[in-house]
Structure formats: C-alpha cells, structure tokens
Design a protein around this ligand. Structure first.
Ligand code: NAP
Length: 268
C-alpha cells in the first residue's frame, strides 16, 4: 500500500494492465516525470515485479510499485479500492483481453465484457471517492478506433455467435460510451474522464485479433501517457483522442444508448 504522506505536488497514478505492451510503456512514460508516483495494477505478481524493476531502472524514479488486482472480478477491484490509502490523481484504465474462444469469469460473465468494459466501469466506480478527494483528478480510458457494432441486447454474446474481433470492437465502443457517461457524472466533482486510441502495437491482445502492429509500445503509449500528465487531460472531459488530437466520437452522441449501457453495467 502506498505511503499515506504524499509530498506536495506529487501526483499518484494507477495504471491497469501495466505488464502488457502498451500499459508498461504508459507507466514508464509517466514515471519519467519525477513528480509522478506510479502504481502498476496487475494480475500476475512475478510479471509486475519485473515491470517495476524495468521502469525504475530506465527512469530512475523509485516511486514505482505494484498492486495485484484482477479487473475482471468486481470483488478484486473493490478490495483494491478498500485497501488503497492516500490520494489518487490519475487512473489509467488499460487492461484488456481478446480470447479467441468465448470464456467466462468464475461469476459467469463473458470475459471481454468483464475485463474490457466492466473492468473499466468497476475501477472508476470503486476509485471515484479517492479521485474526488484528490481533485483535480482524471481518468484515461484506453479504448480504440477499432470499435463498433455494440448490441445492448446481447452484450455477452449469448445470442450471437462469439467472435473475438466482434466482442473486442463492441467492448471498445462501450469504453468510449462509458467515458461520456462518467464524464458527466464526475464533472462537478473535478474529475475529468477522457478516452483515446493508443497506437497499433504488436501484443498478446493484437496477436489474438490477427494484427501485427506497426508501432512500438512507446509510440502506442504516447497519447494515453500525454492525457495522464498534460494539462489537456484535466482541462476537457468526455472527449476522445487519437494521436494527440481530439477526434469527434459518434458513440457518445447516442444519449439513450449511453445511459442504457451505464444502467446495464450497474447490474453486474
Ligand atoms: N495493441 C494494439 O494495437 C491496440 C490498439 C488499440 C487499442 N489497444 C488497447 O490498448 C490496451 C492495451 O493493449 P495491449 O496491446 O498492450 O495488450 P497486452 O499487451 O495484451 O496487455 C494487456 C494487459 O492487460 C492485463 N490484463 C488482462 N486481463 C486482466 C485482468 N483480468 N486483470 C488485470 N490485468 C489484466 C494483462 O496482464 P497479463 O500480463 O497478466 O496478461 C496485460 O498487462 C487495451 O485496452 C487495448 O484495447 C491496443
């Protein structure tokens, strides 16, 4: 657990999926700023230890550590939030999966929905009081331009045949819609919520989708890390970014669908 005492001006950042290609690069780029304390939220302790060592060695920032969490399980997310001490200024939701066959969590939730959508949703809900106490604060949702065809009547692919590409595109549309829902709910508390496409990077996730990825992890991490540290990520809310630029997002415009998705997520 982090130290209760945080030096004035220090910003505390939590990055999920920070053992992965883009997540580790996001954490490293943020840790390159000495006033940032970075906590890697990871499910695999051995990988997390290696990632922390690598980031400390490369950046010289010793305020880097990890917490173990399985974001696909609400109880695990809530237990991390309960044991969290001190401020949280920035939450970067990044952890995601793309299994080729349909899988379910022990709670019986389809795994892409549980990890890529509910994982983001539960993290924001569980940490919102910490964020509100640490304002100005912000959330960065790592989404994708590869998004669409969300079916609110079949979020778990119970009726439709499961395809990992279809489930992934749906999940990334949902991340962008929930960004708008949370931005509206948290704006008056001083918490900004924005989404972005990172980059096209070779990773476990992109490999499962059959994509090679033409950018390095550091290139892919540029936009999310920028939203985490630059004033822009706190000055606007409910927006979607690609390659350091705001891009109009059609998914947030359908207010009824955004609210229905939010309500549905509340039910899990
Ligand atoms: N790669 C691309 O080209 C691309 C393009 C657009 C958007 N994105 C987005 O970028 C983000 C990162 O993707 P990536 O390509 O870096 O994927 P990746 O290398 O496969 O990394 C995924 C990360 O998520 C973690 N994770 C998965 N399930 C988890 C769980 N239940 N609890 C905690 N952590 C969990 C993984 O942990 P383990 O290390 O333990 O497996 C890993 O750290 C995703 O949100 C993705 O949608 C990626």
């Amino acid at each position: 657990m982090q130290d209760g005492a945080t030096v004035a001006g220090t910003r505390v950042v939590l990055v999920t999926g920070a053992t992965g290609a883009i997540g580790q690069a996001i954490a490293r780029q943020i840790a390159a700023h000495p006033r940032f304390k970075v906590i890697l939220a990871c499910r695999d302790e051995a990988k997390a230890e290696r990632a922390v060592k690598q980031i400390v060695t490369v950046t010289g920032n010793r305020s880097v550590r990890y917490e173990v969490v399985d974001v696909s399980r609400r109880s695990s997310v809530e237990s991390l939030a309960v044991r969290w001490q001190g401020p949280l200024h920035v939450l970067v939701n990044n952890a995601a999966v793309t299994p080729r066959r349909r899988q379910e969590t022990p709670e019986g939730i389809e795994l892409q929905l549980a990890t890529n959508v509910l994982g983001y949703f539960w993290m924001i809900r569980a940490f919102s009081e910490h964020l509100k106490r640490s304002t100005p604060a912000r959330v960065v949702n790592v989404a994708s331009y590869w998004a669409g065809d969300l079916d609110l009547t079949d979020l778990e692919f119970r009726r439709r045949p499961y395809g990992n590409n279809a489930a992934y595109r749906q999940s990334k549309q949902a991340d962008r819609m929930l960004t708008v829902a949370f931005a509206e709910r948290l704006q008056s508390s001083g918490v900004a919520v924005n989404a972005c496409h990172p980059g096209d990077v070779r990773s476990t996730l992109s490999g499962n989708l059959g994509f090679g990825g033409s950018q390095t992890p550091d290139e892919g991490a540029r936009t999310p890390a920028w939203l985490a540290v630059d004033p822009i990520g706190g000055n606007v809310t409910g927006r979607y970014f690609e390659d350091l630029n705001e891009v109009a997002c059609p998914f947030g415009a359908n207010r009824a669908a955004v609210e229905e998705l939010y309500r549905t997520c509340m039910g899990f």
